[in-house]
Design a protein around this ligand. Structure first.
Ligand code: SF4
Ligand code: SF4
Length: 442
C-alpha cells in the first residue's frame, strides 16, 4: 500500500516503545479531583454547584449559554470542597471545582442504552450535553465542528489516527483495544456529516492499529463502512496536523488563512470518535480518558485510564508509579507541543494525551545562539512559512511584516525550533508575534 505524506516535517526520536506494549491499566478512583470549569476553546462555563454540595458522577458542574462552549461534568461522586482558582496545565490559574471523592460509592457502570437510529441533530445535541471536545489537542467543542455551516459540504472525512507526537501511544492503545467502539463513533460522525468519502489515517509505525481497523472494516455489515479507505501515512512529525493530513490524503493544500472545511475536508481524532460512541451508546459524558504516562524516569510507564481532574501527583500515587531517575522536566502533552509543568498538583483534563517525565539525558538545556541563515527551519516547516524571517521581524517589532509572513497560520508544531542548530526558541518568538497582532486588533 502506498504511504502518503506532506512536504517538510521532521523525524525526531519517537520513543513510543517505552509505553506501546504495556497493558492498558484500569482507572483507580482518586481521593480528590480538580475540575477546571472551562476545558475547551470558546466561552467559559459558569458554575452550577456550590461549596458543600454533594455531586454525582456525571453531574454537570458548569456550563455556558454560548453555542461555542462545552459543559464540564463531575468525574466522581463526592462533596464540593471549594470553587477557586487552581493551576491549569496550559492556562495558569483558572476557576475550578475541587471535589472530595466519596469512596463509598463505586464508579458508575455504563451499559448499552439501546439509543440507535437517532436523528443527526439529536446526536449533535447529546454530543454537546456530554461535554465532548477534540481529544487530539485543541479541545474545540465537537458539536460545533460537526455542525456544517449552510453552503458548505464535506467531501472528505478524515479520521486521525496518526498520533505523530513522540512518546504518546494513547491513541494507538485506543485503536487496538477499543476498535469496535471507535468504529461506532466513526459511523455516527459519518451519519452526521454525510461525506462523499471517508479515510482513516494511521502512521506506518502503528501496524497493530492498521490491522485492527482492517479487520473491523472488512467484517462490517454496513456498506458505507466497508467503503472506508484505510490509509497508511508516513511516520513523520507533524503528520497528525489537520492541514498535513489533508495534503497527504487528498493532495489539496489548504491555503493560508483557510481551514480544511474551506476545501471540503473535516478531520476528527480517533479519541473523539470513541468519546462520541461512549456518550451516545452508553450515556457516558466525557469524564475519563486514556493517558500515556512515559519518559525515561518511571518504573511503570504505560497507558492508564484516568478520571478527568485527577492530579498528576495523585495519578502516580494511585498506581504506585515510582521514579527510577529524577525528572528534570514534567510535560503535559507531547514533547513537541506540550506544556512544561512547574508542579505536580496539576489536573489531567479532557485533552491531556500524555504526561512525560524526562531526565537530564533527554530534557537538554537549549542555549540560544545567532541565526546561521541555514534555512533548515524553512525546509522543515510543513506550512511553508519562513520562521527565520518571522523572528527577524518580531525582534525589531515590525508587526506589519510579521503579519505578511502569515504568522497567524503557524500551528506552533515546533518542527522549526527542533531543527535549528542555533537552538533559537522560534515558537516563543512566533507566539510573541501572534500576541502582538492580536493586541493590535483590539
Ligand atoms: S512552529 Fe510554525 S513556523 Fe515552525 S515549523 Fe511549525 S508551523 Fe512552521
Ligand atoms: S534554522 Fe535556526 S539558524 Fe537556521 S535559519 Fe532558521 S533560525 Fe536561523
Amino acid at each position: 500500500m502506498k504511504t502518503r505524506t506532506f512536504p517538510g516535517g521532521i523525524h525526531p526520536r519517537y520513543n513510543k516503545e517505552i509505553s506501546i506494549r504495556e497493558p492498558l491499566r484500569d482507572m483507580v478512583l482518586p481521593k480528590e479531583v480538580i475540575i477546571p470549569l472551562s476545558q475547551h476553546i470558546g466561552a467559559p462555563n459558569k458554575p452550577l454547584v456550590g461549596k458543600g454540595d454533594y455531586v454525582m458522577e456525571g453531574q454537570v458542574l458548569g456550563k455556558s449559554d454560548s453555542y461555542v462552549s462545552s459543559p464540564v461534568h463531575s468525574s466522581v461522586c463526592g462533596t464540593v470542597a471549594e470553587i477557586a482558582k487552581k493551576f491549569h496545565p496550559a492556562l495558569g490559574f483558572t476557576m475550578s471545582v475541587v471535589i472530595e471523592t466519596d469512596k463509598s460509592k463505586s464508579p458508575g457502570v455504563y451499559n448499552e442504552t439501546g439509543a440507535h437510529d437517532l436523528a443527526p441533530d439529536v446526536v449533535i445535541g447529546r454530543i454537546k450535553d456530554s461535554g465532548i471536545v477534540g481529544m487530539g489537542g485543541a479541545a474545540f467543542p465537537t458539536h460545533v465542528k460537526l455542525t456544517i455551516p449552510d453552503g458548505k459540504k464535506i467531501k472528505t472525512l478524515i479520521i486521525n489516527g496518526a498520533e505523530c507526537e513522540p512518546f504518546l501511544t494513547c491513541d494507538h492503545t485506543l485503536m487496538v483495544r477499543k476498535t469496535a467502539e471507535v468504529g461506532k463513533g466513526i459511523e455516527l460522525i459519518m451519519d452526521i456529516v454525510r461525506p462523499e468519502e471517508t479515510y482513516i489515517a494511521v502512521e506506518d509505525n502503528k501496524k497493530a492499529a492498521f490491522f485492527a481497523f482492517q479487520k473491523a472494516i472488512s467484517f462490517s455489515k454496513r456498506r458505507a463502512i466497508r467503503d472506508i479507505h484505510l490509509v497508511i501515512v508516513k511516520t513523520k512529525y507533524p503528520q497528525g496536523g489537520e492541514k498535513q493530513l489533508v495534503k497527504a490524503i487528498t493532495g489539496i493544500e489548504v491555503p493560508p488563512g483557510k481551514l480544511p472545511l474551506d476545501v471540503g475536508c473535516l478531520i476528527q481524532n480517533v479519541g473523539t470518535a470513541y468519546a462520541i460512541s461512549e456518550a451516545i451508546y452508553r450515556g457516558k459524558p466525557l469524564i475519563e480518558r486514556i493517558v500515556t504516562i512515559s519518559g525515561d524516569c518511571l518504573d511503570k510507564p504505560g497507558n492508564y485510564v484516568v478520571r478527568v481532574g485527577t492530579t498528576i501527583r495523585e495519578m502516580l500515587e494511585c498506581h504506585g508509579i515510582e521514579f527510577k531517575k529524577e525528572p528534570k522536566k514534567v510535560v503535559v502533552g507531547g514533547p513537541m507541543m506540550g506544556f512544561a509543568q512547574p508542579q505536580l498538583e496539576v489536573p489531567i483534563l479532557k485533552n491531556t494525551s500524555g504526561i512525560l517525565f524526562l531526565s537530564d539525558d533527554i530534557a537538554e538545556d537549549r542555549k540560544e545562539g545567532n541565526c546561521l541563515k541555514c534555512a533548515k527551519c524553512v525546509d522543515v516547516c510543513p506550512l511553508r512559512l519562513s520562521p527565520t524571517e518571522i523572528i527577524r521581524n518580531v525582534r525589531v517589532k515590525k508587526w506589519d511584516a510579521v503579519e505578511k509572513l502569515y504568522v497567524s497560520d503557524c500551528m506552533e508544531c515546533g518542527a522549526c525550533a527542533y531543527s535549528c542548530p542555533s537552538r533559537i526558541p522560534l515558537v516563543q518568538y512566533i507566539k510573541e508575534g501572534k500576541m502582538a497582532l492580536e493586541k493590535r486588533k483590539r
